[in-house]
Design a protein around this ligand. Structure first.
Ligand code: GDP
Length: 296
């Protein structure tokens, strides 16, 4: 189910309840069941959905509400608030400070949009007055360094990588060292991916993180990966203590659920979304407008 359909289903469930003659426990249960189905169809992990609907129940104590209270409105507000809560783990992610050598490491599977997103992230901060730099520690995919080089050149951002060296840890450390000396205040380390979150990749991420001591690890996920999002995000979280999520490809037929699941798995906020292949197709993620749009 694509994002707009998810919003439509939830809005319909709320509207159906609004049409019920009496807003009692049964009407609330039916509404929450409908919302649960919509979220599961959109690939939100079932555990996260159950936690969300339980919270709505707790927030809306129908019996305790005084006569004349607008119960429908209260339920709608509770659903809105709980959807926001699902996307807001309650602690902001690390924000780089100008003038300090911030190191930000990107992790994610091959094809998730990691390399593209590194440059988008660099370019965004360049526009805010940072001096970003890019390190290509992806020695797994042939052509990764060329791609990063091409993007970096287009965005006029200094880069570091090697065609010869096969040890990602060595390249990452050398790159970070070089850009520290050059006073870059946002050193971005792009890493390898694989088609699955296999043990070798997770171990590589652990080693790169240990050697470069990033201030922030960003997990990049393809917005259309569906139910796989939760396990994937959790695997990366365990390898390199992910502190933020970027969801890409939300311009296509992406399902909304993956983002919600990734937040639940990493307990980290979504900070940006990718909305296209071009470097400017990048937006700051803001929970409330996103949920408003979701609910239509
Ligand atoms: P990596 O293997 O994770 O480094 O992924 P890449 O950065 O090479 O991206 C894989 C493909 O996804 C490329 O064709 C990108 O142009 C494309 N891509 C990346 N981000 C987005 C996005 O937000 N929207 C769309 N439509 N395509 C994207």
């Amino acid at each position: 189910m694509v994002l707009s359909q998810l919003g439509g289903s939830i809005s319909r469930a709320l509207a159906q309840m609004a049409n019920a003659t009496v807003v009692d426990d049964r009407a609330l249960t039916e509404c929450l069941n409908e919302i649960t189905r919509a979220l599961v169809r959109s690939d939100v992990q079932i555990g996260a959905v159950c936690a969300m609907t339980s919270s709505v129940r707790r927030a809306v104590n129908l019996e305790a509400l005084a006569a004349g209270t607008n119960k429908r409105r209260i339920i709608q507000q509770a659903v809105f608030a709980e959807l926001c809560n699902m996307l807001d783990p309650g602690k902001p992610s690390f924000a780089p400070t100008k003038g300090k050598p911030n190191v930000v490491m990107f992790v994610g599977l091959q094809g998730s949009g990691k390399t593209t997103t590194c440059t988008k992230y660099a370019r965004y901060h360049q526009g805010k007055g940072f001096k970003p730099s890019l390190v290509c520690a992806d020695t797994f995919r042939a052509g990764a360094f060329d791609q990063l080089k091409q993007n970096a050149t287009k965005a006029k951002i200094p880069y570091y990588g090697s065609y010869m060296e096969s040890d990602p840890v060595k390249i990452a450390v050398e790159g970070v060292e070089r850009f520290r000396k050059e006073n870059s205040d946002l050193i971005i380390v792009d890493t390898s991916g694989r088609h699955k979150q296999e043990a070798a990749l997770i171990e590589e991420m652990r080693q790169v993180a240990e050697a470069t001591k990033p201030d922030l690890v960003i997990f990049v996920m393809d917005g259309s990966i569906g139910q796989a999002a939760f396990d994937q995000a959790q695997a990366f979280k365990q390898s390199a203590s992910v502190g933020a999520v970027i969801v890409t490809k939300l311009d296509g037929h992406a399902k909304g659920g993956g983002a919600l699941s990734a937040v639940a798995a990493t307990k980290s906020p979504v900070i940006f979304i990718g909305t296209g292949e071009h470097l400017e197709d990048f937006e700051v993620f803001d929970v409330r407008p996103f949920v408003s749009r979701l609910l239509g």
